[in-house]
Write a protein that binds this ligand. Structure first.
Ligand code: TXA
Ligand code: MG
Length: 323
C-alpha cells in the first residue's frame, strides 16, 4: 500500500498524532530535514524506525520534544545546555546530554547509551504535532540509511529509494527552510563542549553563548575515552547513486555540474553565492543531479569552508566518500 501524504491542517496533524500513538511510523517536516517519527517511549515503534531505515542499531536517534520542560524530563540540563536551549530552541540545535535515570524513553532510542540527543524543532507543523501527540518523538532523517536526506515530502515518498509503502503516513510541511540536519553539540568528560556534527546552526553564535570554543578534533587521541560514535561518522553517507567529484570549476566529460556563485553549473546551489540558500537547496539538488546524470557522475563547484559552508562541505565530503 502507498503511504498517504497528510496535509498540514489540524485534521492531518491530529491524524498523524493518532498514528504515532498507535506505535506507527510517520514522516514529519522539521525546519532542517524531514524526520521519520516514532513514539520514543514505545520500543517496538522505535525498532521499526531502525528496520525501515536499515540503520545499524548502534547509531542512536534524536528525541524531539515540544519545549525545554519536556527536555528536562528526559535529560539533565546543565547550565551551559540551558543557555544554549534558551538561545537556540526551538531550532536547528541538538544537544547530547546525560540521560535521566527516570526518563521514559525506550532504550533503543539511545542504543543503550547513558546520554540522549534531544532537540526542540521550530517548524510550525512539527510543533503542532508534538503538542497534539503530547510526548517525545524519536526521529532520524526520513531516508534509507546512508542515502540523501529528504527536504520535501515527495523525497520521503519517492517510490524509488524513498519510504513509500513502508510507513503509515507522511505529513506535508513544504520544503525545509534550513535544508541541512541540526548542529549537534555534546560535552566531553572534562566539561568541554564538543561539536559532534556541523549543521544548520553555525559555530560562532554557539561559541559566543558557551563562552568558549567547541572542540572539534576527533576523539581518538590518547587520553580520550572512547566516545559514542559521533553522528554520521560512517564516512559514506548522504550518497547519491552517482560518483561525486568536489571542488570542480568546470564539468568534465559526462559530468553533471552543481554550481555555486561564479561557477554556474547545470543548476546552481546559489547563483549569488549565498550559503544559506545553498544549504536549503543542497539535498534536493543532489537528488536532481543524480536523476539528470542518470546516476553516473556529479561534479560540485567549490563551496567556501566557513559559516554554513562547513556543514555543506561535511555533507558533500560524505556524498563523495568511497563506498
Ligand atoms: O536535523 C536533524 O537533526 C534531523 C531532524 C529529523 O531532526 N535528524 C537527524 O537524525 O539528522 P539522524 O538520526 O539522521 O542523526 C542523528 C545523529 C546520529 O548520527 C547519531 O549518531 C547522533 O545523532 N546521536 C544520537 N544520539 C547520540 C548520543 N547519545 N551520542 C552521540 N551521538 C548521538
Ligand atoms: Mg540522517
Amino acid at each position: 500500500m502507498r503511504t498517504p501524504i497528510l496535509p498540514p491542517t489540524p485534521m492531518g496533524i491530529q491524524h498523524a498524532a493518532r498514528l504515532l500513538g498507535q506505535g506507527l511510523l510517520v514522516a514529519i517536516p522539521t525546519e532542517t530535514v524531514y524526520g521519520l517519527a516514532a513514539d520514543a517511549r514505545n520500543g517496538q515503534a522505535v525498532a521499526g524506525v531502525y528496520q525501515v531505515k536499515g540503520r545499524p542499531s548502534f547509531n542512536p536517534l534524536i528525541v524531539h520534544v515540544a519545549d525545554l520542560d519536556a527536555a528536562a524530563e528526559i535529560a539533565h540540563l546543565t547550565p551551559a545546555a540551558r543557555a544554549l536551549a534558551q538561545r537556540f530552541w526551538p531550532g536547528a540545535l541538538t544537544m547530547v546530554l546525560p540521560l535521566r535515570s527516570d526518563a521514559r524513553i525506550a532504550s533503543l532510542v539511545t542504543a543503550g547509551l547513558d546520554t540522549v540527543a534531544i532537540r526542540v524543532p521550530a517548524h510550525p507543523v512539527a510543533r503542532a504535532l508534538l503538542a497534539a501527540f503530547g510526548g517525545p518523538v524519536a526521529a532520524p532523517s526520513a531516508n534509507i540509511s546512508g542515502r540523501i536526506s529528504p527536504t520535501r515530502v515527495d523525497h520521503v515518498t519517492d517510490p524509488e529509494g524513498g519510504l513509500d509503502g513502508l510507513i503509515a503516513g507522511a505529513v506535508d510541511g513544504g520544503a525545509c527552510r534550513v535544508g541541512l540536519e541540526s548542529t549537534i553539540v555534546g560535552w566531553d568528560d572534562d566539561g568541554t563542549p564538543r561539536l559532534l556534527r556541523p549543521g544548520g546552526i553555525d559555530l560562532p553564535p554557539l561559541e559566543w553563548v558557551l563562552g568558549q570554543p567547541l572542540r572539534q578534533e576527533n576523539p581518538t587521541a590518547e587520553g580520550s575515552t572512547p566516545k559514542p560514535s559521533a553522528p554520521g561518522q560512517l564516512s559514506s553517507h548522504y550518497a547519491p547513486r552517482a560518483l561525486v567529484r568536489l571542488n570542480a570549476d568546470a564539468a568534465r566529460d559526462g559530468e553533471f555540474l552543481l554550481g555555486f556563485g561564479p561557477v554556474p553549473g547545470d543548476i546552481s546551489l546559489s547563483p549569488r553565492g549565498d550559503l544559506t540558500e545553498a544549504a536549503a537547496n543542497l539535498f534536493a539538488m543532489l537528488r536532481e543531479a543524480d536523476d539528470r546524470s542518470a546516476g553516473t557522475r556529479i561534479a560540485v563547484a567549490p563551496i567556501p569552508d566557513d559559516g554554513l559552508g562547513l556543514a555543506i562541505n561535511d555533507r558533500l565530503r560524505r556524498a563523495a566518500a568511497p563506498r
